[in-house]
Design a protein around this ligand. Structure first.
Ligand code: LLP
Length: 409
């Protein structure tokens, strides 16, 4: 697959009629991603949970659920959303360093499969709340494996310095304490080392660490039924068309090759970004072009309120002027080299592409090369399906961003 519906069917004229900014989701890309994900994970009998935090739109969740995928939640409201979207309780897992009592009670009442527990005190509280309801909670110990994910430090979660998980040096104390927690049932170990991980070697290091930790449990004759290795598989933000679907084959093969499982053990994954990032695009219009000292500013009607990732993590999102590709008659996928884009009618300019929000960090990209861009042009910020709309805000009293789907417009 080399192009998205956006370019293939030349739907820019349709997008132009919708008030901007908005998220546009290519349902076909999502479905093809899910088919590949299932085909590759089913080869090894791996169980997939979708990390709702990446995108919690009902339509997106419904499509993902229809591929027999479970739900990974990190708040009471995400558990509620999973329940409301009809995920079976036995397919819902719940992580988070700061689950409050109401969230825990809600998850207990709904008999979710597993609480991924992150501290001794959380285990004590969960045991008390479960006892009060005369229930037994399935738990996995979320262990901080101290493995470097080699990603942005804000989305690194598996190092000792991070707040997540139970540190290896605490494991003995925690496991001893479990003997007294009669309303908890240890059913698994959970790990999650970070997000947007492009180097599969980080996952290999995780596998090797999981094997060591498993040895520790085997020595103590403690049986663990489930190993949850979290999520984190990255996507190509720079060349989305070249890698619309992440390389699930190599990813799952690696876990199959390097994880040493005990008989009957099941392996769980919690993927968010790799499922949903590439099918989503933030569509915006150029409000103004303004001359700067060394650059031109292209001021969009979308800002950090709609897509926070560049401001928060200095994240790169590919920016494209869709109107120009249409006007100049060059479809994006046909322009395989820069010289082809650089046709006589559309000269190339550099722009700092910014939003309207009163913050200097409200910048989507500096010195971005685009064809000459004008007020009213439609601009696409690609690979925005994960952690885009779901992290949008109403800062500056902005309207909440809307979503449109390729099969509905
Ligand atoms: N499991 C747990 C426990 C997590 O904390 C996360 C993500 C995932 C699974 C899913 O990770 P994924 O497969 O999507 O990488 N807002 C940031 C990403 C934060 C990720 C938080 N945890 C961003 O925009 O890059």
């Amino acid at each position: 697959m080399s192009d998205t519906k956006m370019f293939k069917e030349n739907i820019v004229s349709k997008l132009e009629t919708i008030p901007t900014p908005f998220y546009y989701y290519d349902v076909e890309v999502l479905k093809q991603t899910l088919q590949k994900l299932k085909a590759e994970s089913d080869k090894y009998g791996f169980i997939i949970h979708y990390a709702l935090k990446a995108n919690a739109n009902n339509k997106i969740i419904d499509i993902i659920k229809s591929y027999n995928i479970g739900a990974d939640c990190v708040s009471g409201n995400e558990v509620k959303k999973a329940v409301e979207c009809d995920f079976k309780p036995e397919h819902i897992v719940f992580a988070g360093v700061g689950k409050n009592d109401a969230e825990i009670n809600y998850a207990l009442e709904n008999n979710i499969f597993c609480f991924n527990c992150e501290s001794l005190q959380e285990l004590e509280v969960l045991n008390e709340l479960a006892a009060a309801k005369k229930k037994t909670a399935g738990i996995a110990l979320r262990i901080n494996p101290n493995v470097n994910a080699n990603t942005h430090k804000y989305i690194t979660t598996g190092l000792e310095e991070n707040k997540f998980g139970i540190n290896l040096w605490e494991l003995e104390t925690v496991v001893n304490a479990l003997k007294d927690f009669k309303n908890l049932n240890l059913i698994g170990l959970h790990f999650h080392i970070g997000s947007q991980i492009m180097d599969l070697n980080s996952f290999k290091s995780l596998c090797l660490r999981v094997n060591e930790i498993q040895g520790w449990f085997v020595n103590r004759k403690i049986t663990i039924q489930n190993i949850n290795v979290g999520g984190g598989l990255g996507v190509d933000y720079h060349e989305p068309e070249a890698h619309l679907i992440t390389d699930f084959a190599s990813y799952f093969k690696l876990f199959n090759d390097f994880l040493e499982l005990q008989p009957g053990q099941k392996v769980h994954f919690e993927l968010g970004r790799a499922i949903i990032a590439q099918c989503g695009t933030l569509i915006s219009k150029v409000l103004y072009i303004k001359k700067g000292v060394n650059t031109n500013f292209a001021i969009l009607d979308a800002g950090m309120t709609e897509l926070m990732r560049p401001a928060l993590y200095q994240a790169y999102h590919k920016i494209e002027n869709l109107s120009k590709y249409q006007v100049s008659g060059i479809k994006y996928q046909e322009a395989s080299s820069e010289s082809e884009i650089r046709n006589p009618k559309s000269e190339i300019f550099k722009y700092d592409v910014v939003g309207p929000i009163c913050e200097s960090s409200d910048c989507f990209g500096k010195a971005v090369i685009l064809p000459e861009t004008k007020r009213g042009d439609i601009v696409a910020l690609r690979t925005a399906g994960a952690y885009g709309e779901v992290m949008s805000s109403a800062y500056n009293l902005r309207d909440r961003v809307k979503a449109f789907y390729s099969d509905e417009i």
